[in-house]
Design a protein around this ligand. Structure first.
Ligand code: PLP
Length: 292
């Protein structure tokens, strides 16, 4: 098994030279008392590289900055992380789809110094879901859509390293014979998937839930909206009641790793999707530079 490529960040950054250094991913790199390991206290980003391009790098780094601010972590140096992301990607042997993961934790307990590291590894094979679609279950997230504002300590909408709940929801769906999950709020709104954003089309309208309800603003969703504008569609961020899912033309779960996965059934009810449109969107997301 090929091991990932690894880069470690140095804080504070050296005055001369880059803030990262490449390291051996099979050797110890993280201390056992790092708050990433003991508390999941940190944030991350996962960025897809195809054809030598890190898709949406700028958007990912802006979101990382936002997650850092929400979590009370020291501000990140966006240029230093961008340089490290390019370096770790270049270190990995060429593959059709490479994932670059940026991790940033509160560091060793009591030290006051954050820890940062980056991994590059091949993306998993998601061909089946991209072409055939996914069976999705609606699951309760247990929060109301106005909670993010009132309870910032819940870090709703920050991309934290605490993904145990997200993965548990996906395991629950798989144990029930489905592929993935769409979370709902206690007041009946559609939220997001455990690792994806929902996008829906209604005629020439294309919508996604507003981030203010306590979900992660998606970078792939932004790229889907750019594609849709090019087709003359009208994009909007909305509060989407669960009942309105039934009348959508197409439902997608979109994310950096899987790009766009059409929902082919929701809670066991079969749904249609336009295979031509899916192929066109996938082609756009895989090949069109996004200016970053
Ligand atoms: N929502 C959550 C909770 C996620 O974890 C992710 C990505 O993993 C997304 C949405 C989609 O974000 P992006 O398209 O930027 O990968």
């Amino acid at each position: 098994v090929q091991s990932p490529a690894l880069a470690l960040m140095t804080f504070p950054a050296p005055a001369d030279g880059p803030a990262h250094r490449l390291a051996d991913a099979t050797a110890p790199a993280l201390r056992a008392d790092d708050l990433a390991a003991t508390r999941g206290d940190g944030i991350f980003e996962s960025i897809l590289m195809t054809g030598g391009r890190l898709h949406g790098l700028g958007a990912h780094l802006r979101r990382m900055q936002r997650s850092a601010a929400m979590s009370g972590l020291p501000e990140i140096d966006v240029d230093a992380w961008a340089a490290a992301a390019h370096a770790v990607a270049a270190e990995h042997p060429a593959v059709p789809e490479l994932m670059v993961k940026l991790c940033y934790s509160r560091g060793i307990e009591g030290s006051g110094v954050p820890t940062g590291w980056l991994l590059a590894f091949p993306n998993g094979d998601v061909t089946r879901e991209r072409t055939e679609g996914a069976d999705v279950l609606l699951l309760e997230r247990g929060v109301s859509s106005d909670l993010a504002d009132r309870a910032p300590w819940l870090l709703l909408g920050a991309k934290t390293l605490s993904y145990a709940m997200n993965l548990a929801a996906q395991r629950h769906a798989r144990a029930a014979g489905a592929d993935d999950v769409l979370f709902t709020s206690t007041d009946g709104l559609v939220m997001e998937g455990p690792t994806s954003t929902l996008v829906a089309t209604y005629g020439d309208e294309i919508v996604t839930p507003v981030p203010e309800i306590g979900i992660l603003p998606g970078t792939t969703q932004e790229r889907v909206f750019a594609w849709a504008r090019g087709r003359g569609m009208r994009p909007a961020h909305v509060k989407l009641p669960v009942e309105q899912l039934a009348s959508a033309d197409t439902l997608w779960l979109v994310s950096s790793g899987r790009l766009c996965v059409p929902i082919r059934s929701l809670d066991g009810v079969a749904r249609r999707f336009d295979a031509g449109m899916q192929a066109d969107l996938l082609h756009h997301l895989t090949t069109v530079p996004d200016g970053e």
